[in-house]
Design a protein around this ligand. Sequence first.
Ligand code: PAF
Length: 514
Amino acid sequence: MVLWSQTILELRSHLATYRRQPEYKIGLVPTMGALHQGHLSLIKRAIAENDAVVVSIFVNPLQFSPTEDLINYPRQLEQDLELCRQLGVDLVFAPEPGEMNSSGNTKALNNMTAVIPPQSMTEVLCGKYRPNHFTGVATIITKLLNLIQPDRAYFGQKDAQQLAIIHRLVRDLNIPVAIVACPIVRETSGLALSSRNQYLAPAQKQEAAKIYRSLRQAELAFRQGELKTEILVNLVKQELSQAEGVKIQYVELVDPISLKPIKEIEQTGLLAIAAHVGSTRLIDNIVLQKHQPIIAIDGPAGAGKSTVTRRLAHKLDLLYLDTGAMYRAVTWLAMESGVAIDNERVIADLVENIDLKLTSPNGAELPTVVHVNGQEVTNAIRTPEVTANVSAIAAQSAVREKLVKMQQQWGEQGGLIAEGRDIGTNVFPNAELKVYLTASAAERARRRWQDLQNQGREDINIQQLEQDIQQRDERDSNRAIAPLKKADDAIELITDNLTVDEVINKIVEFYQQL
Ligand code: PAF
């Protein structure tokens, strides 16, 4: 049964039991209840990424104006608790309004200390029509973050303005939490899920679905090269002029981080809309992003590719596609399932059905967090035993095909850095920057030995490591499928005498010249 606390005292005592365990990660999903699939996607992600998950349910009076739907806002605590229980949430914090104010007086909530986001972020989009809304949100979110002190907090991209403001809030006030943005969940009609969709009659829902269709129309024009705000915004308005049931409140194109209005898209723009369908106010948005460069890092095992790639991803704000971790994950799964490493048929089945999830870690120094079929295997995939089998697995065509397809899908938007054996030759042959990172076998053995020593493995023989590395190079270069090979247009970097920082700085220079 999910634990449910209504008071701060109870909340604190539950949290104290989690905190007794060092390294325990806590995820927070703040909600106003009336949970739908959108919330559930945040909760599932939080569960996958943390040791304990707290869901808060609080219909926050501070973020409603007197003319809004505070009284009628859907409340369904029993049902929400049951959903949380089914998903495996550890704790639901569902306070009454009085509990959230130090004086314990519901009415006094309006009188509490407020957290006021920068005016430039609240005078646009919804803020124009909901004057104190974001102060109400920022105040309550600050309070929840202080109370729960989660490692990660999860918010939906549907409330893009709220998300940008919360990002700014935790930066400005140095609140030690990672804000995790989660994609919008939609009905098959395209309608973005919202607790307020409950207010819509079936015919109104059909009308409401036109909101997303209009955004997609603008996206299409953008993909075909249209960058001007005026034209993109007008496309949305034109499209919706044919939807009688939809009354636009605003359509704006702004910078997704600062929320400042833009005249045209340089790299990325947030196209956001609010509209009424009947008396229900709905919001939706789409992020229009130009294809950003892809960096492909290839090279033999142990050349420092993964450290360099991870740090570069952090430095250049690119997505890190850790393909090595993907092959390791399949290797781990085969070993865990007791399948012989050369049983290609059974391994093909395993990989076909694998539910593989990679998440960026909180720091540049940490390995990619990996889940296989719901189980966290971040460390389990990095043992010497997995290392010994990974290249045999990576040479199997079914494994290769499936994982390459996944990688290419993730790469469609660009803006990523990936490392492996065939990233520049096979996975992303059109990558804007290709680097072939290499070092002598002796140097790579020395680095690997050092790593293992640092992990407390003192039983490792350095000559043996060097031999293993040479054999692995040999296998990787000569295998039939996706052999290790420098792409013709790759820049070769030999790292024997370079520090990691020097390697990174060189690649940053190449990137800046693109
Ligand atoms: O998005 C919401 O449901 C609310 O604004 C939030 C973040 C829970 C704050 O009350």
